[in-house]
Design a protein around this ligand. Structure first.
Ligand SMILES: Nc1ncnc2c1ncn2[C@@H]1O[C@H](COP(=O)(O)OP(=O)(O)O)[C@@H](O)[C@H]1O
Ligand SMILES: CC(C)(COP(=O)(O)O)[C@@H](O)C(=O)NCCC(=O)O
Ligand SMILES: [K+]
Length: 257
Protein backbone atom coordinates (compact mmCIF):
# COMPACT_ATOMS: atom_id res chain seq x y z
CA UNK A 1 0.00 0.00 0.00
CA UNK A 2 1.66 3.21 -1.18
CA UNK A 3 2.18 6.10 1.21
CA UNK A 4 2.66 9.83 0.59
CA UNK A 5 4.62 11.85 3.19
CA UNK A 6 4.55 15.67 3.12
CA UNK A 7 6.55 18.23 5.14
CA UNK A 8 5.50 21.87 4.74
CA UNK A 9 8.07 24.26 6.20
CA UNK A 10 8.22 28.05 5.98
CA UNK A 11 10.25 27.93 2.75
CA UNK A 12 9.38 24.73 0.87
CA UNK A 13 6.96 21.82 0.69
CA UNK A 14 8.88 18.53 0.61
CA UNK A 15 7.10 15.30 -0.44
CA UNK A 16 8.07 11.65 -0.78
CA UNK A 17 6.11 8.66 -2.06
CA UNK A 18 6.88 5.20 -0.62
CA UNK A 19 5.71 1.72 -1.50
CA UNK A 20 4.45 1.13 2.07
CA UNK A 21 3.71 3.10 5.28
CA UNK A 22 6.63 1.73 7.29
CA UNK A 23 10.23 2.72 8.03
CA UNK A 24 12.61 1.37 5.42
CA UNK A 25 9.93 1.38 2.69
CA UNK A 26 11.16 1.90 -0.87
CA UNK A 27 11.12 5.45 -2.16
CA UNK A 28 9.06 5.72 -5.36
CA UNK A 29 9.53 9.44 -5.91
CA UNK A 30 10.27 12.66 -4.04
CA UNK A 31 10.56 16.39 -4.57
CA UNK A 32 10.45 19.88 -3.08
CA UNK A 33 8.54 23.00 -4.16
CA UNK A 34 8.95 26.54 -2.90
CA UNK A 35 5.66 27.57 -1.25
CA UNK A 36 4.78 29.88 -4.19
CA UNK A 37 4.71 26.86 -6.49
CA UNK A 38 2.43 24.54 -4.54
CA UNK A 39 -0.39 25.02 -7.07
CA UNK A 40 1.66 23.22 -9.72
CA UNK A 41 1.92 19.92 -7.78
CA UNK A 42 -1.22 18.09 -8.95
CA UNK A 43 -0.64 18.71 -12.63
CA UNK A 44 3.15 18.72 -12.36
CA UNK A 45 5.35 16.63 -10.08
CA UNK A 46 2.47 14.46 -8.83
CA UNK A 47 0.86 13.80 -12.22
CA UNK A 48 2.76 10.55 -12.86
CA UNK A 49 2.61 9.18 -9.28
CA UNK A 50 0.54 6.15 -8.30
CA UNK A 51 -2.48 6.73 -6.04
CA UNK A 52 -1.30 6.70 -2.40
CA UNK A 53 -3.08 4.24 -0.10
CA UNK A 54 -2.71 6.86 2.64
CA UNK A 55 -0.86 10.09 3.39
CA UNK A 56 0.47 11.84 6.46
CA UNK A 57 2.13 15.22 6.72
CA UNK A 58 3.39 17.92 9.03
CA UNK A 59 2.77 21.64 8.50
CA UNK A 60 4.32 24.59 10.30
CA UNK A 61 3.60 27.15 7.55
CA UNK A 62 0.07 27.99 8.70
CA UNK A 63 -3.53 27.02 7.92
CA UNK A 64 -3.65 28.75 4.55
CA UNK A 65 -0.67 26.77 3.27
CA UNK A 66 -2.17 23.58 4.67
CA UNK A 67 -5.40 24.25 2.77
CA UNK A 68 -3.53 25.01 -0.46
CA UNK A 69 -1.69 21.68 -0.11
CA UNK A 70 -4.97 19.87 0.61
CA UNK A 71 -6.45 21.31 -2.59
CA UNK A 72 -3.60 19.77 -4.56
CA UNK A 73 -3.94 16.43 -2.74
CA UNK A 74 -7.68 16.29 -3.43
CA UNK A 75 -7.31 17.44 -7.02
CA UNK A 76 -4.89 14.65 -7.80
CA UNK A 77 -5.64 11.82 -5.33
CA UNK A 78 -8.55 10.18 -3.51
CA UNK A 79 -6.82 9.74 -0.15
CA UNK A 80 -7.70 11.75 2.96
CA UNK A 81 -5.28 14.49 4.03
CA UNK A 82 -3.92 13.81 7.52
CA UNK A 83 -1.56 16.00 9.50
CA UNK A 84 0.45 15.27 12.62
CA UNK A 85 -0.24 17.38 15.70
CA UNK A 86 2.40 17.24 18.43
CA UNK A 87 1.00 15.41 21.45
CA UNK A 88 2.18 14.46 24.92
CA UNK A 89 3.64 11.14 23.71
CA UNK A 90 3.93 9.22 20.44
CA UNK A 91 6.13 6.50 18.91
CA UNK A 92 8.67 6.43 21.74
CA UNK A 93 9.01 10.19 22.35
CA UNK A 94 7.58 11.85 25.46
CA UNK A 95 6.91 15.55 25.01
CA UNK A 96 8.40 17.79 27.72
CA UNK A 97 7.01 21.01 26.21
CA UNK A 98 4.90 23.17 28.59
CA UNK A 99 2.08 23.00 26.01
CA UNK A 100 2.81 19.85 23.98
CA UNK A 101 0.54 20.77 21.05
CA UNK A 102 2.37 24.07 20.54
CA UNK A 103 5.58 22.29 19.60
CA UNK A 104 6.21 22.54 15.84
CA UNK A 105 5.01 19.32 14.20
CA UNK A 106 8.19 19.13 12.10
CA UNK A 107 10.31 19.11 15.27
CA UNK A 108 8.12 16.41 16.84
CA UNK A 109 8.19 14.19 13.76
CA UNK A 110 11.96 14.63 13.33
CA UNK A 111 12.55 13.51 16.93
CA UNK A 112 10.39 10.43 16.34
CA UNK A 113 12.37 9.61 13.19
CA UNK A 114 15.64 10.16 15.04
CA UNK A 115 14.70 7.92 17.97
CA UNK A 116 13.68 5.12 15.63
CA UNK A 117 16.93 5.46 13.67
CA UNK A 118 19.07 5.43 16.81
CA UNK A 119 17.34 2.33 18.21
CA UNK A 120 17.80 0.44 14.93
CA UNK A 121 21.52 1.21 15.12
CA UNK A 122 22.14 0.23 18.76
CA UNK A 123 21.25 0.83 22.41
CA UNK A 124 19.26 3.86 23.62
CA UNK A 125 21.32 7.03 24.12
CA UNK A 126 20.51 10.70 24.55
CA UNK A 127 20.16 12.65 21.30
CA UNK A 128 20.64 16.14 19.92
CA UNK A 129 18.50 16.65 16.80
CA UNK A 130 19.13 19.75 14.67
CA UNK A 131 16.91 20.99 11.83
CA UNK A 132 18.42 23.65 9.57
CA UNK A 133 15.47 25.09 7.66
CA UNK A 134 14.07 28.62 7.52
CA UNK A 135 14.62 28.60 11.25
CA UNK A 136 17.08 26.40 13.13
CA UNK A 137 15.89 24.11 15.91
CA UNK A 138 18.09 22.18 18.34
CA UNK A 139 16.33 19.46 20.35
CA UNK A 140 17.51 17.57 23.43
CA UNK A 141 16.12 14.08 24.06
CA UNK A 142 17.26 11.82 26.91
CA UNK A 143 17.92 8.09 26.58
CA UNK A 144 14.34 7.26 27.67
CA UNK A 145 12.97 9.25 24.74
CA UNK A 146 11.95 12.25 26.82
CA UNK A 147 12.13 15.53 24.86
CA UNK A 148 13.80 17.78 27.46
CA UNK A 149 13.45 21.00 25.46
CA UNK A 150 14.93 22.73 22.45
CA UNK A 151 16.28 25.96 20.99
CA UNK A 152 14.83 27.99 18.13
CA UNK A 153 17.11 30.43 16.34
CA UNK A 154 17.02 32.29 13.05
CA UNK A 155 18.28 30.41 10.01
CA UNK A 156 21.03 31.79 7.83
CA UNK A 157 18.68 33.58 5.45
CA UNK A 158 16.77 35.33 8.24
CA UNK A 159 19.99 36.40 9.99
CA UNK A 160 21.30 37.95 6.76
CA UNK A 161 17.97 39.67 6.03
CA UNK A 162 17.91 41.12 9.55
CA UNK A 163 21.44 42.48 9.16
CA UNK A 164 20.72 43.86 5.69
CA UNK A 165 17.57 45.64 6.78
CA UNK A 166 19.05 46.98 10.01
CA UNK A 167 22.27 48.47 8.62
CA UNK A 168 23.43 50.70 5.76
CA UNK A 169 26.54 48.82 4.70
CA UNK A 170 25.81 45.09 4.77
CA UNK A 171 24.45 44.41 1.27
CA UNK A 172 27.02 41.93 0.01
CA UNK A 173 27.13 38.56 -1.76
CA UNK A 174 27.39 35.27 0.14
CA UNK A 175 30.92 34.59 1.35
CA UNK A 176 32.95 31.69 2.68
CA UNK A 177 33.06 30.26 6.20
CA UNK A 178 36.51 31.05 7.61
CA UNK A 179 37.97 31.28 11.13
CA UNK A 180 39.24 34.84 10.60
CA UNK A 181 37.07 36.60 8.00
CA UNK A 182 38.79 39.58 6.33
CA UNK A 183 35.92 40.89 4.17
CA UNK A 184 32.24 41.71 4.77
CA UNK A 185 30.87 38.74 2.83
CA UNK A 186 32.99 36.20 4.69
CA UNK A 187 32.33 37.98 8.00
CA UNK A 188 28.53 37.66 7.54
CA UNK A 189 28.55 34.10 6.29
CA UNK A 190 30.97 32.95 9.00
CA UNK A 191 29.11 34.90 11.69
CA UNK A 192 25.81 33.18 10.85
CA UNK A 193 27.35 29.76 10.57
CA UNK A 194 29.27 30.00 13.86
CA UNK A 195 26.25 31.49 15.66
CA UNK A 196 24.36 28.30 14.80
CA UNK A 197 27.36 26.02 15.46
CA UNK A 198 27.92 27.68 18.85
CA UNK A 199 24.30 27.29 19.93
CA UNK A 200 24.30 23.67 18.82
CA UNK A 201 27.50 22.97 20.75
CA UNK A 202 26.05 24.50 23.90
CA UNK A 203 23.11 22.11 23.61
CA UNK A 204 25.48 19.17 23.09
CA UNK A 205 27.27 20.22 26.30
CA UNK A 206 23.99 20.63 28.20
CA UNK A 207 22.84 17.15 27.16
CA UNK A 208 26.21 15.57 27.96
CA UNK A 209 26.10 17.09 31.42
CA UNK A 210 22.40 16.45 32.12
CA UNK A 211 22.36 12.87 30.80
CA UNK A 212 25.93 11.87 31.69
CA UNK A 213 26.45 10.30 28.28
CA UNK A 214 27.61 11.32 24.82
CA UNK A 215 24.53 12.18 22.72
CA UNK A 216 23.82 10.74 19.29
CA UNK A 217 23.78 13.74 16.92
CA UNK A 218 21.56 14.02 13.84
CA UNK A 219 21.12 16.96 11.48
CA UNK A 220 18.52 17.51 8.75
CA UNK A 221 16.86 20.33 6.78
CA UNK A 222 17.38 22.06 3.45
CA UNK A 223 20.59 23.79 4.53
CA UNK A 224 21.91 20.99 6.77
CA UNK A 225 24.62 20.00 4.29
CA UNK A 226 25.97 23.57 4.43
CA UNK A 227 26.09 23.65 8.24
CA UNK A 228 27.30 20.13 9.06
CA UNK A 229 30.99 20.70 8.22
CA UNK A 230 31.22 23.67 10.65
CA UNK A 231 29.95 21.86 13.76
CA UNK A 232 32.24 21.38 16.75
CA UNK A 233 30.92 17.89 17.56
CA UNK A 234 30.35 15.96 14.32
CA UNK A 235 26.72 15.50 13.23
CA UNK A 236 25.36 12.74 11.01
CA UNK A 237 23.39 14.28 8.14
CA UNK A 238 20.10 12.40 7.75
CA UNK A 239 18.19 14.30 5.08
CA UNK A 240 15.16 12.04 5.44
CA UNK A 241 14.65 12.50 9.20
CA UNK A 242 11.17 14.08 8.93
CA UNK A 243 10.01 11.63 6.25
CA UNK A 244 11.37 8.76 8.40
CA UNK A 245 9.37 10.09 11.34
CA UNK A 246 6.19 10.24 9.25
CA UNK A 247 6.77 6.60 8.19
CA UNK A 248 7.23 5.55 11.85
CA UNK A 249 4.01 7.31 12.91
CA UNK A 250 2.07 5.93 9.95
CA UNK A 251 3.16 2.41 10.84
CA UNK A 252 2.34 2.87 14.53
CA UNK A 253 -1.09 4.22 13.73
CA UNK A 254 -1.54 1.56 11.00
CA UNK A 255 -2.89 4.28 8.77
CA UNK A 256 -5.53 3.15 6.37
CA UNK A 257 -8.20 5.08 4.60
N1 LIG B 1 18.92 23.31 -2.98
C1 LIG B 1 19.31 24.18 -2.05
N2 LIG B 1 20.50 24.77 -2.13
C2 LIG B 1 20.89 25.64 -1.20
N3 LIG B 1 20.18 25.99 -0.14
C3 LIG B 1 19.02 25.46 -0.03
C4 LIG B 1 18.50 24.53 -0.96
N4 LIG B 1 17.33 24.16 -0.55
C5 LIG B 1 17.10 24.82 0.57
N5 LIG B 1 18.11 25.62 0.89
C6 LIG B 1 18.20 26.49 2.06
O1 LIG B 1 17.58 25.80 3.11
C7 LIG B 1 16.62 26.59 3.77
C8 LIG B 1 15.26 26.02 3.61
O2 LIG B 1 15.29 24.66 3.85
P1 LIG B 1 13.97 23.84 4.06
O3 LIG B 1 14.35 22.61 4.79
O4 LIG B 1 13.23 23.70 2.79
O5 LIG B 1 13.19 24.83 5.03
P2 LIG B 1 11.73 24.76 5.59
O6 LIG B 1 11.55 23.37 6.16
O7 LIG B 1 11.73 25.82 6.64
O8 LIG B 1 10.78 25.04 4.47
C9 LIG B 1 16.68 27.96 3.14
O9 LIG B 1 17.41 28.78 4.03
C10 LIG B 1 17.45 27.77 1.85
O10 LIG B 1 18.33 28.83 1.63
C1 LIG C 1 10.39 26.60 14.77
C2 LIG C 1 9.68 26.53 13.43
C3 LIG C 1 9.36 27.94 12.96
C4 LIG C 1 10.63 25.89 12.40
O1 LIG C 1 10.11 26.06 11.12
P1 LIG C 1 10.91 25.73 9.77
O2 LIG C 1 12.28 26.28 9.90
O3 LIG C 1 10.93 24.22 9.64
O4 LIG C 1 10.13 26.33 8.66
C5 LIG C 1 8.41 25.64 13.53
O5 LIG C 1 8.72 24.39 14.03
C6 LIG C 1 7.33 26.28 14.38
O6 LIG C 1 6.62 27.17 13.95
N1 LIG C 1 7.19 25.80 15.65
C7 LIG C 1 6.16 26.24 16.57
C8 LIG C 1 6.75 26.83 17.81
C9 LIG C 1 7.55 25.85 18.64
O7 LIG C 1 7.97 24.78 18.15
O8 LIG C 1 7.77 26.13 19.82
K1 LIG D 1 11.17 21.89 8.38
Amino acid sequence: MTFLAIDIGNTRLKWAMYDAPRPGANLLGHGAEFLDHIESLAEGAWSELPEPGSMLGCVVAGDQLRRRAEEQIHERFDCAARWVVSSSAEAGIINGYDHPTRLGADRWVAMIGARHRMLSDGPARPMVVVLIGTAVTVEAIDSNGRFLGGLILPGHGIMLKALESGTAGLHVPTGEVTAFPTNTSDALTSGGTYAIAGAVERMVEHVRKHCGAEPVRYMAGGAGWKMAPSMVSPFELVESLIMDGLLVIAQERMLTN
